[in-house]
Design a protein around this ligand. Structure first.
Ligand SMILES: [Zn+2]
Length: 76
């Protein structure tokens, strides 16, 4: 913790540690990155004009297809 404080990410407030402004900024960037990861269409395989946008059923089929493809890609 002391090292983080030295680096300016944390500051001591009333004997407790608190994120400094630069620490909050770093956290916000990390949050934004992970949020982007979560909300991105699966690895960009599904585009805005993908056939699956015609109906919820096709969207589900597309999502399943992409999940299967991703699963296969991760098998060793
Ligand atoms: Zn799709």
């Amino acid at each position: 913790m002391d090292q983080l404080a030295d680096e300016g990410y944390l500051k001591r407030l009333d004997g407790r540690y608190a994120l400094s402004e630069s620490g909050l900024h770093e956290g916000a960037l990390e949050f934004a990155a992970s949020f982007d990861e979560l909300t991105r269409p699966t690895h960009g395989e599904c585009s805005a004009d993908c056939w699956c946008h015609n109906s919820p059923e096709e969207a589900a089929a597309c999502a399943t297809e992409r999940a299967d493809a991703e699963h296969a890609a991760h098998e060793h």
